[in-house]
Design a binder for this molecule. Sequence first.
Ligand code: ADP
Ligand code: MG
Length: 405
Amino acid sequence: SGDGLRTRVLELLEMVGIAEPERRQRQYPHEFSGGMRQRVLIAIGLACRPALLIADEPTSALDVTVQRRILDQLDELTAEMGTAVLLITHDLALAAERADRIAVMQSGEVVESGVAAEVMRDPQHPYTQRLLGAIPALNATTKPPREASTDVELMAAVDLVKVYPTGRGATFRAVDNVSLIMPKGTTVSIVGESGSGKSTVANMILGLSEPTSGTITLDGQARPRDRAGLKAFRRRVQPVFQNPYASLDPRFTVARSIAEPLKVHRIGDARSRLTKVDELLEQVALPSAMGSRLPHQLSGGQRQRVAIARALALGPELVVLDEAVSALDVLVQQQILDLLSDLQQRLGLSYLFISHDLAVVRMISDIVHVMKSGRIVESGPPAEIFDRPQQDYTHELLAAIPRGV
Ligand code: ADP
Ligand code: MG
């Protein structure tokens, strides 16, 4: 019945740890943070008390603290119900921490399987050994520190605030007085748990969302608000998102997707754009034959290369990478990070790098900002943030990283 159903929905939301289920059940997915959406999916998966739950990358998009909370909850609930879990993940350390047994797949085949602790301690197959070797360790090297006195400011965000209306006159401050400066040619990162406001900051800097208050300047000039000005601004500031499936039109060939920004900005003619596409493919180390493929005919890593080529089409100065390598397995992730640092050196690009993965952030950043509940709580070079975190929250983030067994 309607009432019984409603009660059960509230029960399920409560069970997966969604606060205020009465209010939350009336909301839409876009009003939820990634972590909350994932909790809802778990509630749906467990609603009929299944004997087997297949969880395909259930927390890959989430930061480590939320990941830990959600997986703890999943463990607890499935133990209670006697549900078996088939956990599919690209994160070997996570698998080792959560699974009883691990099967390692490569090119459609299981190449190794066994008790989790044994596979981690003594991997037999070369592919497993490579996977283990590529886990970015937190004690890995960081970028050499820069001489800050030579910095030239490219972008500055000052006192950014974003307030969302949440219905019935209520509001929510998703971003609360965030300020950051991007020196030219550097990588500035934002880390923080999901829902902390990282993407909201990114979208305001990209000009995809209007700040409630605060200013964004590029080369000292305020971001224009008129259409023509905004278009010119967007040429200089380009995005790469987590899911290239969502940002690449599935019906467009790779070449058409990469050429699209050129067309929108009326740069060149059809012929010269084709030449430019070839150049861009070469820059991201893809053969020009890839141009005629459709997105579903590419691997995840190739798709992300295409997304990067598209972002570079207009010759931007700032590239905003929002969880751009989060969905990739460690080997492909390493290749994309290498490509990004190579492009940065060759083209003098500046990156605003947003990630929930602290190990990756540590490797590639010049400056790190830690965000929590819409505010920046700690900032500094990676060596300082990671080795001498001042805030409890940063400690907590560092402690929640799965390290295998
Ligand atoms: P992050 O990228 O750090 O995971 P987001 O910037 O996506 O976080 O979201 C920050 C907060 O703002 C979350 O609590 C989210 O629920 C909320 N939020 C995001 N978009 C909207 C919206 N359109 N309406 C209401 N709340 C939103
Ligand atoms: Mg986000």
